[in-house]
Ligand binder design. Structure first.
Ligand SMILES: NC(=O)c1ccc[n+]([C@@H]2O[C@H](COP(=O)([O-])OP(=O)(O)OC[C@H]3O[C@@H](n4cnc5c(N)ncnc54)[C@H](OP(=O)(O)O)[C@@H]3O)[C@@H](O)[C@H]2O)c1
Length: 361
């Protein structure tokens, strides 16, 4: 790319915002020029605004330390500095819906981590290896918003990334019933053990809203584009329990599946390791070379050993075995703040840049 696209991060001081900043350091196409957060942080340098809240393992990049944080609510001002924005603000659903559309109406594409627009019929919700064709609905969304370049696109919830890609790879065997239990890391709530000491040696069997998202969002990924909107798929039926566990990063899922066409273990593994999508074909900067790895050892995947597979952009699968009640069962693992949040959004932005939806203003 001749000239990098200028990027703003809404919610830059939060956990996902910090992950965006870390992932975009030295990005070949995108340059972070603008940071915005709540009025509490506005006017401070990024370093001051974050203070002791920096949660990444790597140090805060020098290039952002002295950037003066702007107020997310000053839409025109923030938008005038950038070609597009990533959104990771923590506000009410209605406020997020409204503010993301306000940004779009300033002709600024918004690539969002938030759930607010995930069911807006003309907003694409994409995992680029699974449903990049859903970006086609951007054209009808732009008509609704009255924009030429501005739109909102979102990525799905972090919990589904450990099993939705796997079920997609197995689509031709027609999975029709799925039971999943997710074991979710505390960073998914924007927390570390320092901010959430109650989670040490603990399990909490409830994550608000998560089970509905885990059951329904995969169906939208597998849906069709029809008359300018996404029509969700009807099958497979997924039922889910989501459990918070004392892990910093990495969502694990234990999954049972029934298939209409009965596959062998060899066929299932072959489909996983050969599963590729548009990001691999286009060789996008953040694309994992091998999206899904299959691990033969009985004690893998493990969070500590495998969460950073393919820089946190890949999915690790193991323990695939026949089941007495269902046909097959397996365990999947993915990085919730990389593939499940900021990294997934960066890959969406790269795909939309390659497809010409995001350009210089
Ligand atoms: N953590 C994950 O793995 C994950 C995964 C997928 C999606 N998400 C979603 O991404 C969003 C951010 O999550 P997070 O974990 O990064 O949260 P977080 O650490 O609490 O960060 C929230 C960010 O939003 C800003 N903010 C809070 N209240 C605001 C207001 N009234 N007006 C404007 N900005 C405001 C904060 O700014 P200040 O610092 O100035 O307060 C901060 O930058 C949430 O909607 C979350 O559901 C998170």
């Amino acid at each position: 790319m001749e000239q990098k696209l200028k990027v703003g991060i809404l919610g830059a001081t939060g956990m996902v915002g910090q992950r965006f900043i870390s992932l975009l350091e030295n990005h070949p196409w995108f340059e972070v020029t603008t940071l915005a957060a709540s009025p509490r942080s506005a006017g401070k340098t990024y370093e001051e605004a974050v203070g002791g809240r920096w949660k990444m393992d790597t140090p805060m990049p020098e290039a952002v330390k002295k950037i003066v944080v702007m107020n997310v609510n000053e839409v025109e001002k923030v938008a005038s500095n950038v070609d597009f924005v990533f959104s990771a603000v923590d506000m009410s659903k209605d406020e997020i819906k409204a503010i993301e559309e306000e940004y779009a109406k300033t002709e600024t594409p918004v690539v969002s981590n938030n759930s607010a627009h995930r069911w807006t019929p003309d907003v694409p919700m994409v995992v680029p290896e699974i449903n990049p064709q859903h970006f086609d609905v951007i054209e009808s969304q732009k008509k609704r918003l009255g924009t030429k370049k501005g739109f909102v696109a979102v990525k799905p919830n972090c919990s589904i990334q450990s099993y939705a890609p796997v079920l997609t790879a197995w689509k031709e065997f027609e999975p029709y019933e799925v039971v999943a239990t997710t074991y979710q890391a505390i960073s998914g709530a924007g927390k570390t053990f320092k901010d959430w000491p109650e989670m040490v040696e603990n399990i909490i069997p409830y994550i608000g809203g998560e089970e509905e998202k885990s059951e329904m969002e995969p169906l939208r990924l597998w849906g069709e584009v029809k008359d300018g909107v996404i029509v969700p798929a009807q099958s497979p039926v997924i039922t889910c329990q989501c459990i918070r566990v004392p892990v910093l990063n990495g969502h694990t899922a234990a999954v049972f599946v029934k298939f209409k066409k009965k596959p062998t273990k060899e066929q299932l593994i072959e489909k996983l390791v050969n599963f590729k999508g548009l990001p691999q074909e286009l060789d996008l900067p953040s694309a994992p070379k091998q999206f899904i790895q299959y691990m033969e050892e009985d004690n893998r995947p493990q969070v500590k050993l495998d969460v950073n597979y393919e820089n946190g952009m890949g999915v690790s699968v193991g323990r695939l075995r026949e089941d007495k009640v269902y046909d097959w069962k397996f365990v999947g693992l993915s990085h919730n703040t990389v593939r499940g949040a900021a990294g997934g959004a960066v890959l969406c932005a790269e795909t939309m840049t390659a497809k010409g939806y995001i350009t210089k203003k």
